[in-house]
Design a binder for this molecule. Structure first.
Ligand SMILES: [Zn+2]
Length: 203
């Protein structure tokens, strides 16, 4: 039986330091040019063409792979965000973009971060943050909460009030990991907060 986890639609192209879709990949590329974009793996992958469909696959001699196989939406979405930021650090890929509604319409923000650390389930007081982007001293730069079934409640919002935080829907992360659509934000960046407060009052 075909294991669907072995079929990878997109990889990292180490020659151009970009993500690449399987149908755009060079079938004659040497081993090592394309690697798995899962940061727990990052092993070389090869392009396969089968029944007119292209995909990447791990080389059989690379041994077992340690992908997150969780079927749980929330866990997968958290892992996808981590992949995006970790691959920026490891391979110089472009940052994911944050998209948010503002008074002037939809804005896209590309974060400029250096020397950052990504942590999941990061403990903050009695709370756990889904994804925390920290500076090199472990101070929070941005806290990311992945929205699946529960929104950030008022109590949690109060507990993390002093830090910039955003909330993103798990489904939207899985449909596009490169453009992270912000549902709610706080202190991110400061000038957008007034609009968010106003928006809250209107609903
Ligand atoms: Zn892999």
């Amino acid at each position: 039986m075909q294991n669907k986890f072995l079929t990878i639609p997109e990889a990292i192209d180490l020659e151009h330091n970009t993500y690449i879709k399987a149908h755009e990949a060079d079938p004659h590329a040497p081993k090592g040019r394309y690697i798995c974009r899962d940061t727990r793996c990052n092993k070389p992958v090869k392009r396969i063409l089968r029944d007119k469909t292209c995909f990447f696959r791990h080389y059989p001699d690379e041994g077992s792979v340690s992908h997150s196989k969780s079927q749980e939406l929330h866990t997968r979405a958290i892992h996808e965000i981590c992949n995006q930021f970790e691959n920026v650090k490891k391979y110089g890929l472009t940052m994911p973009t944050f998209q948010l509604n503002t008074k002037q319409g939809i804005k896209e923000i590309v974060p400029f971060l250096s020397n950052f650390i990504i942590k999941t389930e990061w403990p903050l007081g009695k709370r756990f943050i889904d994804v925390a982007i920290l500076d090199s001293y472990n101070n929070p730069i941005l806290l990311i909460e992945v929205l699946h079934t529960h929104k950030v409640c008022q109590e949690k919002a109060a507990d993390i009030d002093q830090y910039p935080w955003i909330e993103i829907k798990a489904k939207s992360i899985l449909s596009n990991q490169r453009v992270l659509k912000i549902e709610r934000h706080h202190r991110f960046p400061q000038e957008y907060d007034d609009f968010f407060q106003l928006d809250l009052l209107l609903h």
